[in-house]
Design a protein around this ligand. Structure first.
Ligand SMILES: *[C@@H]1O[C@H](CO)[C@@H](O)[C@H](O)[C@H]1NC(C)=O
Ligand SMILES: *[C@@H]1O[C@H](CO)[C@@H](O)[C@H](O)[C@H]1NC(C)=O
Ligand SMILES: *[C@@H]1O[C@H](CO)[C@@H](O)[C@H](O)[C@H]1NC(C)=O
Ligand SMILES: *[C@@H]1O[C@H](CO)[C@@H](O)[C@H](O)[C@H]1NC(C)=O
Ligand SMILES: *[C@@H]1O[C@H](CO)[C@@H](O)[C@H](O)[C@H]1NC(C)=O
Length: 273
């Protein structure tokens, strides 16, 4: 005799759950990634900057067009940033960055080789409070220099970085500017960006609800549970559906496929004993 059994559908949400904005518990990050190459291949730029909000690219700049441009969904919220000012800022960073690369190459007598300098800098905001920041670079894939906010100072991680440190710290203001940038300007910028971007960053968790189990259409002893969730198409690989039920020897994990996408949600049937 068939009886209705509760089927627990546990959706593995990798990002923020749906909660009111004011108590948003999530961590948000603003990260810039810089790459400079001494001998780029013909169609790639010598210098490229990419900005990320959490793991999503929102800004791109390169030494060919020298224009900072919004990316992805941010193309529709251009008012989030003054892109002309942003372009000027990125041009200034490009100049400092490429100077540093040249200095390192000169130190190593590498002036005619192919070399790469990479840098990551950014900050994190947790419950609207600044909760972390970092600024670190690597030369040819090896740690080069890192900013320590507590002292504050630039910490060389490579012999050539002592010269870089000396050059940057010759202007003491540069150390204080770096600290102020990481601890104040960057979090403020991130908070401002969040005013325009929360709906993009939190999208995955905002519209889900469970429909109680119903006898399914699949035949005797089959039950259907439906759950609906709005997911950006490019993010669907991040989701799977996990079913835990006494009739199953072990939890069943169901990946996303075309059927769920075409229909009104994900459906999973189980056969009670
Ligand atoms: C680079 O060349 C100079 C002069 O030729 C030399 O004094 C120096 O030691 C070299 N530097 C390295 C890192 O090999
Ligand atoms: C590049 O540098 C190496 C040694 O550092 C030298 O032997 C070589 O001739 C240089 N090549 C050019 C094109 O300057
Ligand atoms: C978030 O923090 C900023 C700066 O500390 C403050 O101006 C703002 O009012 C805060 N927002 C909320 C929603 O608490
Ligand atoms: C968010 O950041 C805070 C401070 O860095 C950390 O304590 C907390 O574990 C983080 N939470 C998540 C969900 O990553
Ligand atoms: C973001 O919006 C909140 C509420 O509308 C406002 O209080 C805050 O000043 C804004 N923050 C920034 C940095 O624009």
């Amino acid at each position: 005799m068939a009886t209705t059994v509760p089927v627990l559908l546990l959706l593995l949400l990798l990002l923020c759950p749906a909660v009111p904005e004011k108590t948003q518990p999530c961590n948000y990050t603003l990260t810039y990634l810089y790459i400079g190459q001494s001998m780029p291949s013909e169609d790639s730029p010598r210098f490229q900057a990419t900005g990320f909000l959490n793991d999503k690219e929102f800004l791109n700049y390169n030494s060919k067009d020298r224009k900072a441009k919004p990316q992805g969904p941010w193309k529709d919220i251009e008012e989030m940033e003054n892109w002309e000012e942003e372009s000027q800022l990125q041009r200034a960073r490009e100049a400092i960055f490429m100077d540093t690369l040249e200095d390192i190459m000169a130190f190593y007598n590498d002036s005619n080789g192919s070399h790469i300098l990479q840098e990551r800098l950014g900050c994190e905001v947790h419950n609207n409070i600044s909760s972390g920041a970092f600024w670190k670079s690597a030369y040819d894939g090896k740690d080069f220099i890192e900013f320590n906010r507590e002292i504050p100072t630039w910490v060389p991680l490579d012999p050539a970085a002592w010269n870089t440190k000396k050059k940057w710290e010759a202007e003491e203001v540069y150390v204080h500017r770096a600290k102020a940038y990481l601890e104040q300007e960057c979090p403020d910028l991130l908070r401002g960006y969040l005013n325009y971007s929360r709906h993009i960053l939190d999208q995955q968790g905002t519209h889900y609800f469970l429909i109680p189990c119903q006898p399914g259409p699949g035949g005797e002893g089959t039950y259907l549970s439906t759950m609906e969730l709005s997911v950006l198409p490019q993010d669907r690989d991040a989701y799977s559906c996990l079913v835990e039920h006494s009739a199953l020897a072990q939890p069943l994990s169901v990946a996303w496929d075309g059927r769920q996408e075409a229909g009104a949600g994900s459906t999973v049937g189980t056969h009670p004993q």
